[in-house]
Design a protein around this ligand. Structure first.
Ligand SMILES: *[C@@H]1O[C@H](CO)[C@@H](O)[C@H](O)[C@H]1NC(C)=O
Length: 319
């Protein structure tokens, strides 16, 4: 009798174990500028993912737990400080301790970049599949369009384009944090982190602190850890929006970019120095078939269900 009870307990234990083992790998979502970790859109998206992968644990990254402050952080925060907050957050969530898949998902375009920075700089707990939607991996060469007759917009845009390195560089080199009183400059600042003028490439190399760093773009300052960490991904899934007018050029989502000094030509990833000289591990990822080039038809972040096939394939593997 006792023996039978014992085997019943053992059986229940094994079932429990089997259940724990056979659950989908957790997912980390990161929203971007102008959204928050608890917005309607983020919550709806989580529900849809849970339909695809029942029982999946999803952690939506926050920089401030208060949803309103969280939205502001996208605009006002210093990226390096935010990344550190997020690293400590992810490493303190017990469900994530064995690793996760990650999606940069947002109306803005930075979350994929932040997640890539997390992988390169920390990756503890580790990331398996990283999916980025319409990210500006090699930067943006232009600030999105103004209407044809919107002259106010056009002059503002011209000012932004001419001031971007000077002001932004000074503020960042002298003091590494953005002030809330500079709210009117936030758009410049948020764009400036990714602005990589092909006709003023040297100014960019000197002034830009974030993109040059995570792309290991500056000779003599390349960090081998970034490369090791990125290469440890199972898959790097890069999704482009076919009609993207927010990320210019849209090919930045695939690590393509305007040719430096000749912005009429788009140079694809495999011909970019970041790849040919393998600054961050893209070459090895690609040669082992671990870079996935995905397309969503339409404008920036018009997902229209096209996320589904990537979430089915690269999220929530049973582990
Ligand atoms: C390289 O990156 C790692 C991870 O972020 C960091 O710990 C290390 O200090 C960096 N090395 C240098 C030389 O900056």
């Amino acid at each position: 009798m006792l023996a039978r009870l014992g085997s019943l307990v053992l059986c229940a234990f094994q079932l429990g174990l089997a259940f724990t083992i056979a659950s989908p790998r957790p997912l980390v979502l990161w929203h971007g500028l102008g959204d928050s970790h608890a917005s309607r859109g983020m919550l709806d998206f989580q529900d849809l993912i849970k339909e695809v992968h029942p029982g999946i644990f999803i952690h939506s990254v926050w920089v401030h737990e208060d949803a309103n402050k969280d939205r502001d952080a996208g605009f006002y925060g210093n990226v390096d400080v935010q990344l550190d907050v997020v690293f400590r957050q992810l490493s303190s969530v017990p469900e994530l301790e064995h690793g996760f898949d990650a999606i940069g998902f947002s109306q803005g375009e930075s979350s994929g970049m932040f997640l890539r920075a997390y992988v390169e700089r920390y990756n503890y707990p580790r990331t398996y599949n990283l999916i980025t939607f319409g990210s500006q991996h090699l930067g943006i060469a232009d600030i999105p369009e103004c209407g044809t007759y919107d002259f106010l917009c056009k002059s503002a845009r011209r000012i932004i384009l001419s001031a971007v390195y000077g002001k932004w560089a000074q503020e960042n080199l002298i003091q590494a944090s953005f002030s809330r009183t500079m709210a009117h400059q936030t758009d410049v600042q948020s764009k400036a982190q990714y602005f990589r003028d092909p006709t003023r490439y040297n100014d960019y190399l000197v002034a830009n602190m974030f993109l040059t760093d995570i792309n290991n773009e500056i000779p003599g300052q390349r960090n081998a850890t970034y490369q090791e960490n990125l290469k440890s991904l199972e898959n790097l899934v890069l999704i482009i929006f076919s009609e993207d007018k927010t990320v210019i050029p849209k090919e930045s989502a695939w690590f393509g970019y305007d040719e430096i000094t000749d912005d009429a030509v788009i140079v694809p990833m495999r011909q970019q120095p970041i790849y040919t000289e393998d600054w961050i591990g893209l070459k090895e990822l690609d040669e082992t078939g671990r870079i996935v080039f995905g397309v969503c038809e339409g404008e920036h972040m018009q997902l229209n269900g096209c996320w589904r096939e990537y979430v089915e394939r690269y999220v929530g593997s049973v582990v």
